[in-house]
Design a protein around this ligand. Sequence first.
Ligand code: NDP
Length: 329
Amino acid sequence: SLKCFSYLSLSLKECVGLRQMRKRPFFLEEIPQFTLPSIGLAVLGHPISHSISPVLHNAALSDLSLKDSAFKGWSYHRVDIKAENLANALVTFAEAGYLGLNLTIPHKVEALKSVDRLDSEASLIGAINTLCLRDGEWFGYNTDGYGLHQALCKDLGCEIPNSKILILGAGGAARAAAVKCLLEGASTVHIHNRSPERLHDLLSLLSNHFEHSRISGTTVSNFRKVEFIDQDWIVINATSLGLSEEDPSPFCMPCTELGKKSVVYDMIYNPAKTKLLAEADEAGLSFANGLSMLVYQAAKSLEIWTDQEVCAERMLEAAKNYFSGYYAS
Ligand code: NDP
């Protein structure tokens, strides 16, 4: 029961201390309790120890505190929450003085059932990665699509209107990518996925909201290389293939056969250069990894919570420092 929770109530000084990333994430029964003017923010997931979101957010909060002392009492940390505990956890977080939450695996889709209000883009995507508490109600948003869009524009100089987008994968991240690219005016979004079931789910979701002529999809068995050879595509890896250094490339044709103005974006950022990105590099194509998407989606979440302009570059710098030599090249 809530009564046996060993909450610790935080002073402003302690909040600033909490901005250092703890080695171990919190569990729900040990989360700090915040009383105004201190405010809690957190990312919830299971597993969650890999998340570097506190590094990004706490760096940006330190910057905001310099401009406005109200943010001195804000801090962000990781909480390990299993899928079946999300609905109860949201009640506990609201009572414990949390204003903003990020959601990651396995909560993004399940959270749709637990929010009080839903932003229109999150509703189209069918997944939530950001929650904001207003007057006791949790509002759901999705900033992954925004993060990807910013990353493509800023890292790779992409112009989405009238572009051709090839998305590898049909999971939650692919959904956000597909919806955002269609909203931003891509002429074609082609989804390529291993399993036909998830591919068809995504294609039917997209064709409910966008013109059929702009959407297509394949699995390995019906992929037609001829439609990609010498054509300029924005290729986006939204599969988890690449997370391990031993993983093969998720793309079933060599990057050398794409048009020379094609670009390749891999949502994975650890490792910094996946096989897919190494192949893009060898083919002379522009490429980038998912760190920028992570940063821009985080900056947007923090803007929703604080109603302030957030310095994404400060978050990127903090992430690169955290990985230190890893991102040097
Ligand atoms: P999901 O679990 O929802 O989807 C996983 C996708 O990967 C599915 O399309 C799945 O295909 C595919 N996949 C998994 N294993 C394989 C394999 N061995 N061969 C081929 N395809 C495979 O995950 P998410 O959509 O949430 O995340 C996808 C990736 O994007 C992850 O690597 C994640 O870390 C990254 N990501 C990065 C973000 C960023 O900010 N940079 C934000 C969000 C995600 P199938 O349907 O066949 O199972």
